[in-house]
Design a protein around this ligand. Structure first.
Ligand code: KG4
Ligand code: ZN
Length: 333
């Protein structure tokens, strides 16, 4: 079976064709970074308009690259939420039109589930597993009991990890999106330059990054006030280390608490080189299987949406044409 995946929840227009669960025929991602860069963050209205312009040509291009005819597509999977409502609608309306026109099933995918299923594209992942989804909008520890059965173990009480990285990068004058910039600069810095504090929550599996964000801002402002130079690489390294350590310590706790043997880590921040390094160390120490998709599958893409659509299809969970996008769609029952 050939699944067409469509992702338009935020600032990437992505289209992919996936055959029989694992065979990656084509994956195209049209980034809107150029559009939003001068505003330092995503402007929802601009995002929707760009999705409208780009999506149909991108689907055509994907079909050409895969050497397929539209009629050969057997099902269409689209991100239903969470995300920006206007952006989600562009993908959903296009997917519905294809579903009606071609008479094929429509699958409405949860974006977080998509990130989790990204790990299934490159590996045979047995379940149950623990999943850590770290992106621009989410920081969640999730119990994946079986396909389509998710339980929330921990979440962020304020900012998501990626959001924190992006905000501090912006404060430091780095271009948007900031996560990859911090990753690069941190490699040349000293992670022990300064110990930035990370708050603890009542639920030990919950995250909080807003205090850390404030601590970094105060620290840098104090340096400036004293007329000292700002060692940007050291600050990036120390700040990134605090974010990574928080993610690692909670993941470690969740693994032990649930006696997990398998851990999936995905979402844009899972592309971070330091996080990947420390996760590998952790997996080795605790003797668990670690599944982190290659960096291009960690960040937003449509292969993961197609694969998640496949999981829904196997369970007969097609989306009715009467249903719509949900900007706050929950992964949990
Ligand atoms: O999953 P994603 O592409 O979109 C959302 O669903 O949010 O994640 C985007 C986030 C952004 O915050 C971006 O700065 C971060 O992932 N990111 C990174 C890296 N690559 C992307 N953060 C740290 N290191 C990276 N290499
Ligand atoms: Zn995402």
């Amino acid at each position: 079976m050939i699944f067409l995946g469509i992702e338009t929840s935020c600032d990437e227009t992505a289209v992919a064709l996936l055959k029989d669960e694992r065979e990656q025929l084509v994956s195209l991602v049209s980034s809107q970074v150029d559009l939003h860069q001068k505003y330092g963050g995503v402007v929802p209205e601009l995002a929707s308009r760009r999705h409208i312009e780009v999506l149909t040509p991108l689907i055509q291009e994907a079909l050409i690259q895969a050497g397929l005819n539209l009629k050969e597509v057997d099902a269409v999977a689209v991100t239903r939420g969470p995300g920006l409502v206007g952006a989600l609608l562009v993908g959903m309306e296009t997917a519905k039109a294809l579903s009606i026109g071609l008479g094929i099933p429509l699958l409405g995918v949860n974006h977080l589930a998509g990130h989790i299923y990204a790990a299934f594209l490159e590996n045979e992942v047995k379940l149950p597993a623990l999943a850590l989804v770290v992106s621009g909008g989410h920081t969640e520890l999730i119990a994946v009991d079986e396909e389509e059965k998710f339980r929330q173990l921990g979440t962020t009480r304020d900012d998501a990890a990626g959001e924190t990285l992006d905000k501090i990068a912006r404060f430091l004058g780095l271009p948007y999106p900031g996560g990859p910039q911090i990753d690069l600069l941190a490699r040349r810095g000293d992670q022990n330059y300064h110990r930035f504090p990370v708050a603890e929550m009542d639920n030990p599996l919950d995250f909080s990054f807003s205090g850390l964000k404030t601590a970094v801002i105060y620290f840098v402002e104090e340096l400036k006030r004293r007329g000292e130079s700002v060692p940007i690489e050291n600050i990036c390294a120390s700040f990134q280390e605090a974010v990574v350590n928080s993610l690692i310590s909670k993941t470690k706790r969740a693994i032990k608490q649930g006696s997990y043997k398998r851990v999936i880590v995905s979402g844009g921040v899972a592309a971070n080189s330091r996080l990947r390094e420390k996760l590998k160390e952790l997996a080795l120490k605790l003797n668990v299987e670690l599944y982190i998709p290659s960096p291009g599958l960690c960040t937003d893409n449509a292969l993961m949406i197609a694969r998640a659509g496949f999981a829904l299809f196997k369970k007969g969970l097609t989306l009715s044409l009467k249903e719509d996008v949900d900007p706050n769609l929950s992964l949990y029952e």
